[in-house]
Each structure stands twice: as structure tokens, then as C-alpha cells.
Design a protein around this ligand. Structure first.
Ligand SMILES: Nc1ncnc2c1ncn2[C@@H]1O[C@H](COP(=O)(O)OP(=O)(O)OP(=O)(O)O)[C@@H](O)[C@H]1O
Ligand SMILES: [Mg+2]
Length: 486
């Protein structure tokens, strides 16, 4: 484990790191920071949730002249939510450095952004489209930019932003430093990327698997029409603190959300058709715990760092293995544990193997839980509450009433009635989710050819069957520890 002061990090940043509770550098930080401080271009690839933001943020901030109130670093990110989050993390890191980061994204008033830009932030974190707008209007000057960062580089290139990115980079002084980061970096994308950089150093954290080991990965083989009830049962059994459910299309996300709400869950959906205001308010409710289940298309997958996400459900498996990696990576962050459960229809089983092969990790088979298991799960929540109350609360004032009850009734009936009153049973609302075609293996094959990474032959006949209830709260040693949150 490496301490940050061994990496040549400045005193103001050390102070910020201490405040943020970062005790040791993660592997990607330990490897990238010295390279980047020397001025090298870097392509950084490391698993989800392992601190890539600070890996590029720390050296970037340390290079900035805090007295110069001009944009000296530009970070480009694929989504608005991510731009906001990255700017927040950079501002925490730069708190004592006299440096400020501003997020700039579509869907927000131009005038407001122009005013904020005039205030002189030294770092701008932007989505590509809006950044191009500002550059064309000359409301962002890039003449003294010395660092450019592409966060989630492969996604931006996949989304067809390559020409925008080229144009953005062309307008930045040539002697700039370019840093490029993602948890996944298909070869083609890396090749394109190198044409935008100067003899980049590749920092790839050597990990056996593309996914972090603190995420337990499961799959359930299940016909399309049973997916929704199975999801309900699972939520009841696991009572996740926060869960994200990924659906393939916007329509699907809407239907799952409405269905979950009808059954009494605190669920909200998020996808690209919602206004920026709505997307932010849903995310904030989820972060604040006022929504327990976030139903999302891949919009929410890239880069979002929400602490407390204990479960990720792939209601539909994603088309490409990279999306799988980013989706499940919303849990198990910063050394915490998490579970990912993927619903796979029988015809999609070949696709599961493709994902496993690419990520070099295995999913364990789960048998679909029954309604009975689900009820038991909910009852267990009540039992836990009762036991806690016995332990923590002085119940003497209830003793007389309890004794009265037991005089005329047997104890099992009394407790069963109390349990039934306290248990939140799922509402029995009818829910219909329109069915979608299974992911075609032919397409999957194409994507495998595109992303071939490993020739490892694997034997798939050895999955361990494990029954209904998962064991939560495993304590695995993560990559790093954190004392407290800022
Ligand atoms: N050295 C550290 N010690 C403790 N916590 C850290 C450290 N570095 C980063 N973190 C925290 O870990 C979490 C994940 O970091 P971050 O979002 O940068 O991950 P990432 O690698 O960019 O993931 P993704 O691939 O999903 O974008 C954040 O909450 C961050 O504050
Ligand atoms: Mg990230």
C-alpha cells in the first residue's frame, strides 16, 4: 500500500485527502500520479470504483497556477450527472489549493454558465456537446489549457463523439498533457485514443478479473414472463439498502418503475428522455435514501458513485460485456461489498458465457426464490426489528398489556398477529411488463469478435447452485480503506 506523500503530492492536497478520509492511494492512483506529475500522457485502466477520478485529479490540480484565473484544465465526460460528480470530487480535492472546478453541461441555461465561467474557474468539467458550443461562442478560452482529461473515454468514442473530441483537443495548445481513463478499454478505442496523444504511458492495474472481487456476481436463468415477480421476491428477501435495476429500453424502465410502485416499493426511473431537472431530482432522492430502487437504462451506469448501493439487478442483460462491467460497478465501490444479480432468459445463456469470458469472472447460479421465500424475507426484517427493540428499548410499560394478552391467547397466536401487523407485505397489484426479444447471440458473437481479449477456454458446467437467500455483509479486504466521508 502506498501513502500519498510518497507520490510527491503537494501539502494542500494532502490536507484535502486527510479531510476526505483517504488514507492510502489505490493501485491506479499509486501508478498514475508520479507519471502524470512528470508530464506524461497517460492511458489509465482500472476496475470500477477504484478511484480513477482522484488518479487524474490530483496531478491535474497540482499543475495548476492558482493565481491565474483562467481555464487550465479541461475534463470531458459522457453524461451530465458524471460531469457534476467529477467536478464535486475535484473541488473536494482542490479545497486547500485555491483552485476551483466548474461543471458545464447541456440542459442548463447558457447565460448562467457564461456568468459562472467569467468567475474564473481553473478547471472545467464538461460534456462534449456543450463544451463545443462554448468553444464556438468563445465563452470558454482554451489558450492556456495544459491538461485535458477524457473520463470514460471508450464510452465517449462509442457514442460517436470522436469528431467532437478531436476538435476539442485540436483547439487546446499542442504541448498539453492528455489523460484518458476508463474501467474498460477495447483495443480499437485504445488505438484511436493513441492518435490523439503523445507516446502515452499505459497504466493498467494488473487484476485477474475486469470486475472487482468485492462484488458477488450471480445469475438467475428465468423466462421473460417471470422476471418481474422474481425481482419482487429478490427485493423482499434482500431488503437492499439501495438497489439499481437496469432495463434495456426507456419503455422498459418506465414499465418496471410503474410496476414496482404499484407493488408498494419506493422506486423511480431514470433515462435519457427525462428532463435534466427530473434526472437530478431522482438521483438526489436516491442518494438521500428517499427512493430505494433506481430503475435505469445504461445512462446511470457510467462512472456514477453513489455510496450505499448494495445490489445491482440486470433485469435484462446488456448487449456488450463492457456495459455489464460498468453496470455492476455501481456497487462494491471504494472497498465496500455488493451483489450483482443478472436475469438471463434460457435463450440468452450463450450471452452469459460471452460476458464471463470477457470479464474473466464467473457468475454463480441462483435458483429463483419463491413467493414463500419472499414472505419469509420480509418477516425476517420484522423479526430483526423486534429483536433490536428488545435489546435497546425499555419495554416495562408494555409488560402488563402483554401479560393480559397471554392470559386469553396462546403465545404463538399473539406473536404471529404482531408479526403480521408489522410486516410490510407486498401489494398484490397486477403488473404487466411488455416482453422484449432476447439478446441475439449472433450480435453477441460480433461484439465478441470486436472485443476479443482472452483465449482462455473455460468450462461452464461447474456452477455451484445456491439457494434462495444470499449472505449479505461479507467482509472482503478491499483495495483500500477510508476512515470517514467528507
Ligand atoms: N485512496 C482512496 N481512499 C479511499 N476512498 C477513495 C480513494 N480514492 C477514491 N476513493 C473514493 O472511492 C469512490 C470511487 O472513486 P471513483 O468514482 O473515482 O472511481 P472510478 O475508478 O472512477 O470508478 P468508475 O469506473 O465507476 O468510474 C469515490 O467515492 C471516491 O471518493
Ligand atoms: Mg470514474
Amino acid at each position: 500500500m502506498t501513502k500519498f506523500n510518497e507520490l510527491g503530492v503537494s501539502a494542500p492536497i494532502m490536507k484535502a485527502l486527510e479531510k476526505m478520509g483517504f488514507e492510502e492511494a489505490t493501485p491506479i492512483q499509486a501508478e498514475t500520479i508520479p507519471f502524470a506529475l512528470e508530464g506524461n500522457d497517460v492511458i489509465g485502466q482500472a476496475q470500477t470504483g477504484t478511484g480513477k477520478t482522484a488518479a487524474f485529479g490530483i496531478p491535474m490540480i497540482d499543475k495548476i497556477d492558482s493565481k491565474l484565473r483562467k481555464v487550465q484544465a479541461l475534463v470531458v465526460a459522457p453524461t451530465r450527472e458524471l460531469a457534476i460528480q467529477v467536478a464535486e470530487e475535484l473541488n473536494r480535492l482542490a479545497k486547500f489549493s485555491g483552485v476551483r472546478a466548474l461543471a458545464i453541461y447541456g440542459g442548463q441555461h447558457m447565460d448562467r454558465q457564461i456568468r459562472a465561467l467569467k468567475d474564473g474557474p481553473q478547471i472545467v468539467v464538461a460534456t462534449p456537446g456543450r463544451l463545443m458550443d462554448h468553444m464556438r461562442r468563445r465563452t470558454i478560452r482554451t489558450d492556456v489549457v495544459q491538461t485535458a482529461v477524457l473520463d470514460e473515454a471508450d464510452e465517449m468514442l462509442n457514442m460517436g463523439f470522436i469528431d467532437d473530441i478531436r476538435e476539442i483537443l485540436k483547439s487546446i495548445p499542442e504541448d498539453r498533457q492528455t489523460l484518458l481513463f476508463s474501467a474498460t478499454m477495447p483495443k480499437e478505442i485504445r488505438n484511436i485514443a493513441t492518435t490523439l496523444m503523445k507516446s502515452p504511458k499505459e497504466v493498467k492495474v494488473k487484476a485477474k478479473e475486469m470486475t472487482v472481487e468485492n462484488i458477488e456476481q450471480y445469475f438467475i436463468e428465468i423466462p421473460e414472463k417471470f422476471k418481474f415477480d422474481t425481482l419482487n421476491n429478490h427485493l423482499d428477501i434482500n431488503s437492499p439498502e439501495l438497489a439499481i435495476v437496469f432495463g434495456r429500453t426507456k419503455k422498459r424502465v418506465d414499465e418496471i418503475t410503474e410496476g414496482l410502485q404499484a407493488r408498494g416499493y419506493r422506486a423511480e426511473g431514470i433515462h435519457g428522455d427525462l428532463t435534466q431537472g427530473k434526472r437530478m431530482s431522482v438521483l438526489n432522492k436516491f442518494k438521500g435514501g428517499r427512493v430505494d430502487v433506481l430503475v435505469a437504462t445504461d445512462v446511470a451506469a457510467r462512472g456514477l458513485d453513489i455510496s450505499g448501493v448494495t445490489h445491482v439487478y440486470n433485469f435484462d442483460i446488456p448487449q456488450d460485456p463492457e456495459s455489464y462491467v460498468h453496470r455492476i460497478g455501481r456497487t462494491g465501490r471504494a472497498g465496500r461489498t455488493g451483489e450483482a444479480i443478472s436475469f438471463i432468459t434460457p435463450r440468452e445463456m450463450a450471452h452469459l458465457q460471452l460476458i464471463e469470458k470477457t470479464t474473466k469472472s464467473k457468475m454463480k447460479r441462483l435458483v429463483p426464490p419463491t413467493n414463500q421465500d419472499a414472505l419469509r424475507g420480509q418477516q425476517q426484517v420484522t423479526i430483526d426489528k423486534i429483536l433490536k427493540t428488545i435489546e435497546k428499548k425499555d419495554l416495562k410499560s408494555y409488560h402488563a398489556a402483554a401479560n393480559d394478552l397471554l392470559e386469553d391467547n396462546d403465545s404463538v397466536s399473539v406473536i404471529a398477529a404482531a408479526l403480521s401487523l408489522l410486516t410490510k407485505e407486498r401489494r398484490d397489484a397486477p403488473v404487466k411488463i411488455s416482453s422484449v426479444a432476447p439478446i441475439s447471440v449472433k450480435k453477441a458473437q460480433r461484439s465478441k469478435d470486436n472485443n476479443r481479449r482472452s483465449n482462455n477456454k473455460r468450462f461452464y458446467g461447474q456452477r455451484r447452485d445456491s439457494g434462495g437467500r444470499n449472505q449479505g455483509g461479507r467482509n472482503r479486504k478491499g483495495n483500500f480503506q477510508r476512515r470517514n466521508r467528507d
